[in-house]
Design a protein around this ligand. Sequence first.
Ligand code: AHR
Length: 308
Amino acid sequence: DEYVESLNRVYEEPDRIIDVGYAQVGTESAWRLANTQSIKTAAKDFGINLIYEDGNQSQERQIEALRRFIEMEVDVIVLSPVVDSGWDEVLEEAQDAGIPVLLSDRKVSTQKDDMYMTFIGADFLEEGRRAMRWLAGTMEDPLEHVRIMEIEGTVGASPSEERSQGFQEVMQEYPNCQIVYSACGDFTYEGGKQVVEDYMASHKWDIDVIFSQNDDMALGAAEALEAHGLKPGVDVKLISVDGARSAFQALIDKRLNCVVECSPLLGPQLMKAVKDLMAGKELPLRIITDEKVYTQENAQQYIRSRKY
Ligand code: AHR
């Protein structure tokens, strides 16, 4: 009822500016910075008043931000959750206050399934599958032994879980491909570098491929490999996810082998969804973004048109 009431408020004042509270994950990666920029620009373009809060990779901070938005009686809350569980209580509070919630980029897992109106973001499972499919396509013999290091993103975040899951799903078809080491790099450059450093400290290098769940960690890993006299892209194949311009440059420089795209440019779709919602239109439950796979062969052709 509160939700209908809040819609009525908008109908009664059609020229009223819509207030959107946006709880962002943080500033951990190039992807995230481009994502924030896209959201801020789109809010301006759509004439929406954006109240932006940076969670600094902390769920606690994000929950506090959501409570502030509820207190302020914003029209819509957008949440990009750092991790996927632990949101039931605060989302229930938003629902009780009649404030609709949209999810941007990452998902939540809640007990009830009506805690948000739509999810706008990438298909992380498919990104994981694409990464392993690319690797499989480079193997001359499907029975080849391949030792893989996985550098995971933030523990408990939907992109980390689903990229792993998708990768392993396809990997099952290749019994001699094995993830021999998996560690968290928290989606940061330093984190990716640290994972390789830690492995080097306790193992003789025996990894053929690194599957890094984002570009920043892949580039950090590449730096660590170089510091130990190994050539990323040659001695060790490097697969990454995102598609930032720096990763394209690394493909061109042959320091990276494959980048599975995950677009951060969600702003326009998101703000359109906010407007549609406020106009009483029904939203699709899921809005997926269009993405590709890039390699050393096609990076040059696309780098100029990269927007982030
Ligand atoms: O949720 C999307 C992921 O978060 C991106 O792949 C990563 O770079 C970011 O930090």
